[in-house]
Structure formats: structure tokens, C-alpha cells
Design a protein around this ligand. Structure first.
Ligand code: OGA
Ligand code: MN
Length: 262
């Protein structure tokens, strides 16, 4: 299958974005400097599975989630309107689903320069059309240096925001945004895993200053089109075990295969 790797450009954030993320108002974290260094810690492989395989995964996972309700409706919930489950081995998965998951795991292992050990059972998040995932850093108590997600059903924007004060003005941008199309696999590693919060934006997060939103809103920089385009999304998140593959300082080194080398 043909795969395309994209390193999408950095996007500047604005004060409004920072406030929405509940960062310190007025903290001057906005830099206009592109940091190729940071960009190398985000990877995106597009079309890692076919439409038919996507349908297969969606059908299987939806059947498992059928009886659950969407949770997280409190104003302060980090994750809003979601269901989740783990694809642990005790589940009797259809062979085709299992095959696709094994293939994605193999692809993940090949995508790092460092040797990656065993991965945890994949974690499924179902966000409904009104759902979103607010800024957070995955706890080091629950997983190690590997963090990848397969996006299914619809496009969303992932936002990464610097968690700590920048080391020196102008060295790092405060906010990075990436478009996550369905059937793509994203990777966050090194500083983007440990020092940046990540979030998956929802309908209310439109930023008219950022042309990236047109990737979702069918090439139109228009809030109502963006809102209409934000629909139910499933993700299958792959992580390693806590303490595996490094700590805050470790960069595993993404090597996105079948594509341009980092
Ligand atoms: C998470 C998370 C992102 C995604 O579950 O911690 O950040 O793509 N998920 O669903
Ligand atoms: Mn997370």
C-alpha cells in the first residue's frame, strides 16, 4: 500500500488559544521562529490502512462500545463526550481486525531508530461530534516514551502546547497544530511527549487566524464549515509500558519508513 509521510508545518498560536488552554495569560510564549528541531518529534504517516480496513475496525469497535454512554460532560472534564475501551488479548477479535492491529504495531516499531519493546494493548477513544480532548500530558506512571495514534472516521486537529516556560525567548514556539486525517498514524516523542501538552480540538476551537483549519473545513476558512466537519472520531492509541524507552530527556528518534528519512 502506498504511504505518504507528512511533516506538517508549525502553526503559530494566538493569545486566545493560550487562554483557552488555561496557560498563564500574558506569558510571552509565542515565537515566530520555526523550530525544525521540534517538528522532528512529530510524525504522521497517512493511509496506513485501507478504507475497507478502517470500516472493519470501526464496525468491530463500535459493536464493543454500543452499550456504553458518552461520558465526560462536566465543564472541567479534560475529555468531553467520549467512550473508551482497551483492546486486550482476552477479547476475541475478528482475525482481520487482529491482522490490521498487528501490522500497525509492526509499522510503529519500524518507525523508531531505537529498538522498541512490547506495546500495551491498544486503547480506543471514541469522541462524538461534540467531543474533544483537552490539553494534558500522558502520565509517566502509565506509559513510556512511545505514543502513537491511529485516527479513524473523521479529521481533527491536534494541538501541542509548551507546558513549561520556554528556555529562551524565540527558541521554541508555544503552540503547534497538526491535521490528523482518518487512516493516518501520528507519533509524539521526546519533548512533544513529555514537555508539551496535547489536545484534540473540537467544534468550539476554531481559530480564524490559522489556515490549518481549512484542512478540516473543506478548503474554506469558515467557522460554520469547520463546525459541520467536526464529526465523530475514533482513535486507537498505542503506548509502551511505563519506564520503557526513556524518560523526559530521551528522544527515540522517529524514522518514518517508506518515506523521507528524518
Ligand atoms: C489520550 C489521547 C489522543 C487521541 O487518550 O491520552 O491523548 O488521538 N488521545 O485520541
Ligand atoms: Mn494523551
Amino acid at each position: 500500500m502506498k504511504m505518504k509521510c507528512t511533516y506538517l508545518g508549525l502553526r503559530r498560536g494566538g493569545a486566545a488559544v493560550l487562554n483557552r488552554c488555561m496557560r498563564k495569560p500574558g506569558a510571552s510564549m509565542i515565537s515566530r521562529t520555526l523550530s525544525t528541531n521540534l517538528d522532528s518529534h512529530f510524525g504522521l504517516l497517512e493511509n496506513v490502512i485501507s478504507h475497507a480496513e478502517e470500516e472493519e475496525l470501526v464496525r468491530y469497535v463500535s459493536s464493543l462500545l454500543r452499550r456504553k454512554r458518552y461520558e465526560g460532560n462536566h465543564w472541567d472534564s479534560v475529555i468531553v463526550q467520549y467512550k473508551e475501551l482497551e483492546l486486550h488479548e482476552a477479547r476475541k477479535m475478528p482475525e482481520r481486525v487482529e491482522d490490521v492491529l498487528r501490522r500497525v504495531e509492526a509499522l510503529i516499531k519500524q518507525s523508531y531508530r531505537s529498538e522498541i519493546g512490547q506495546l500495551q494493548p491498544p486503547h480506543v477513544i471514541d469522541l462524538d461530534a461534540l467531543g474533544r480532548i483537552g490539553p494534558h500530558i500522558d502520565s509517566i506512571k502509565h506509559s513510556g516514551g512511545v505514543l502513537c495514534g491511529l485516527s479513524l472516521m473523521s479529521s481533527r486537529i491536534m494541538e501541542l502546547a509548551q507546558d513549561a516556560e520556554p528556555q529562551a525567548a524565540g527558541t521554541s514556539p508555544a503552540i503547534l497544530r497538526y491535521h490528523l486525517p482518518p487512516r493516518s498514524l501520528y507519533f509524539l516523542e521526546g519533548p512533544l511527549r513529555y514537555d508539551y501538552t496535547h489536545s484534540v480540538l473540537g467544534k468550539d476551537d476554531f481559530d480564524s487566524k490559522d489556515p490549518l483549519f481549512s484542512a478540516i473545513a473543506m478548503a474554506k476558512d469558515n467557522e460554520s464549515e469547520y463546525k459541520a466537519a467536526v464529526q465523530r472520531r475514533l482513535s486507537i492509541v498505542f503506548r509502551d509500558f511505563p519506564g520503557e524507552n526513556g524518560d523526559k530527556k530521551t528522544t527515540l528518534g522517529l524514522r518514518l519508513i517508506n518515506n523521507v528519512e528524518n
